[in-house]
Design a binder for this molecule. Sequence first.
Ligand SMILES: NC(=O)c1ccc[n+]([C@@H]2O[C@H](COP(=O)([O-])OP(=O)(O)OC[C@H]3O[C@@H](n4cnc5c(N)ncnc54)[C@H](O)[C@@H]3O)[C@@H](O)[C@H]2O)c1
Length: 437
Amino acid sequence: MKIGIIGLGFVGLSFASVLASRGYSVIGVDIDKEKLKKIKNGMVPFYEPGLQSILKKSLKKDLKISSNISDLEKCGLIFVTVGTPQKRNGEIDLTMVKNVINKIGKLLSKTRHKPIIIIKSTVIPGTTQRVILPILQRISGKKAGKDFGLVTNPEFLRETMAVNDTLYPHVIVLGGDNNIFLKKVKRFYSNLHHNVPIVLTNYGTAEIIKYANNSFLATKISFINQIASICEEIPNANIDDVAKTIGLDPRIGNLFLDAGPGYGGSCLPKDVKAIIGFSTKMGVNSTLFTAVEKINEQQINSIMKLLKQNIGKTQGKKIAVLGIAFKPETDDTRDSVSVKLVSRLVKLGAKIIIHDPKAIENARKIFHDKVKYQKSVTLAVKDCQCAIIMTGWKEYEKINNETIKHMAKKFIIDSRRIVSNKNLNAKYFAIGLGQKI
Ligand SMILES: NC(=O)c1ccc[n+]([C@@H]2O[C@H](COP(=O)([O-])OP(=O)(O)OC[C@H]3O[C@@H](n4cnc5c(N)ncnc54)[C@H](O)[C@@H]3O)[C@@H](O)[C@H]2O)c1
């Protein structure tokens, strides 16, 4: 059976490469010509550990790349993995999904095959049933459940772990009507992943599972950040000891308890915003998620407050921001807290120098020549009044007194506690650590 995947970003390209590497015949489609050119040449257009080698292997097997959805005519399964970014009002933007669904509708109208359309993009509850299904039926003139299948299959992979998570997912969620098409998709996944739980449910439940998952993760982060703020007021307190210990309680678990400058990235901020918007629309008060978001935003405020207390006005001051990607091992700067911090500092007239091992090119697309960029940490912090560690890159563990020797004022804000044991000859503040006495 041929498989089509529309949208070759983090989710789609990882899925396409893994499937082809496992022997499936796959056609990946994207509209971005630059991206397609790179992918065809075996180059991943973004930084994702391990993906490049699996892509290269897959291209030698049966992974074809195309810009044309009509090339998917003979595909039995068509996965939709295009983006669902956030609109200004916090709702998700369905433009890309609708665009693709329209094209699939046209394809359906011409084909005698009965493909199954599988929605992997994150969509708000009700989207598959009330938006996607009517478009497909109207444009194709065909009936879901009879002439084609429609299944919701939310994705849970983590950037930086995309290959691993695609190879070894913790769960497969399939939402749809209980018909032959749903059973077919179930069979596909149980052949692909042995011993992985497959949850069969309806469209709306599958869609809300994804939001429940991400809003819970965001809640964990805001929870530990709130405790971190309390720790900062307790002499010698250490948030990592707190997190490690409560994480040993199996009811809590040890993941997503890393205090820091707040959650960022292309998923958590937009998914929390979307669930707040959705529940408000439904008349459900989203008190918890609103608090989660508020705590997340406060993390930057406390960094700004520290700066003010220690260097006064930021206008004209040189400040190094170490790490612009939303987490280490990625070049993704979408909704990165570090990007928000730099934007605020630039507005206040600070002279910012950005260092990041992988994300400088993406930072340039945002800040152009409004900031400076440095490839070496030592040069980035030279003559600065402050260095702020924002992303937990391993490279920053090497920062020592030699690295900061030429800072104008030796003042470090370490949002990840990455150099907390270094005894640096500097005024040092870390999120979640009480002052040493
Ligand atoms: N990135 C993650 O970690 C992650 C994890 C789980 C779920 N998701 C969800 O999965 C979806 C995809 O996320 P992503 O990070 O892979 O997005 P992405 O922005 O990295 O990739 C989306 C791709 O779709 C392509 N595209 C847009 N319109 C198209 C069209 N009309 N035809 C063909 N291709 C088109 C874009 O060019 C892009 O390459 C989103 O809904 C996201 O919320 C993402």
